[in-house]
Design a protein around this ligand. Sequence first.
Ligand SMILES: Cc1cc2nc3c(=O)[nH]c(=O)nc-3n(C[C@H](O)[C@H](O)[C@H](O)COP(=O)(O)O)c2cc1C
Length: 315
Amino acid sequence: MDVVDARIERILRAAGDAPSVLNTQPWQVAVTGTTLTLRADRSRRLRHNDPQGREMFISCGAFLFNARVAARRESLTAVVTVLPDPDDDLLVAEVALEPGDDPNADELELSVAIGHRVTSRVPFDDQPLLTDVLVAIQRAADAEGASLHTVQPSDPSHAEVIGLVRRAEAIAAEDMAARDEEAAWTTSWPGRDDGIPERLLGRAPSNDDAPVRRYHASRGRELFERHSTLAVLTTAGDSPREWIAAGQALEHALLVAATYFVRASFATTVLENPTTRHDLRQALSLSAFPQMLMRLGNVPTPERSPRRTLGAATT
Ligand SMILES: Cc1cc2nc3c(=O)[nH]c(=O)nc-3n(C[C@H](O)[C@H](O)[C@H](O)COP(=O)(O)O)c2cc1C
């Protein structure tokens, strides 16, 4: 392997550490010289829960952001063209890796954070997050063309958002197709390199006001915090371009959060159901479109879900 190949391999490994819905890792990358072609892998889309591919594109956007950050660590600059072919909507981006300056301290810190960012599914402590940390996380989302709205326990809409999460979870619990799809990505067998291993699903909340996804395969119950800081990631539009931007914004925000040891725990069922997604928009008086809903808080570093080998995700 020559020096260029080794750098590209490191970039692709870091990119593959991106979060993805149910750890579906719905991406495929082709490498031609120093150009990466990133495609959404429709065979990994959640046909029932994500018919439009919104979450698939968000996941690919997160992969793209990691690739950009990891390229800087290699003193390369990623020149990205998003959706380069109007006739091929699965072609997420072309990334030309060009020689660049050495990374500055912020870029290095972000690239190190790729290895620390992990999804949490456990109760957080009930302490509010520091305002300057929240502002730094929001700035990261802004930088990618999205916005992160926080909903604090003191906000009148906090209880309404929690009520909508509860409603969406109750509807999904009765939906056999949704349950089967979730089961396909959460029943683990040894050596599986995608999906979420059962032991990482966390326990179900014993308080029904916890804004978390209720996984059917999760075992046991525990009390979740009552004063979670909620954050909603929004974009001005609602098409693949904005979903890819949302994915990049999500990962930028999560990496900045990780540098402060702040973790995110997602509850996106409410956005997979068009009715509760609409109601959430109303409850928060959003003119923009909600793309992700999460709790943010401080917890010890959780264990991370497995990843496919590099060979499995490249052509
Ligand atoms: C679009 C999207 C939606 C997600 N929704 C949820 C969710 O509702 N609940 C949850 O626990 N995790 C959710 N996740 C997190 C994934 O399960 C997680 O990224 C994946 O399992 C990989 O694990 P890691 O983030 O720890 O590396 C979501 C991630 C993405 C990108």
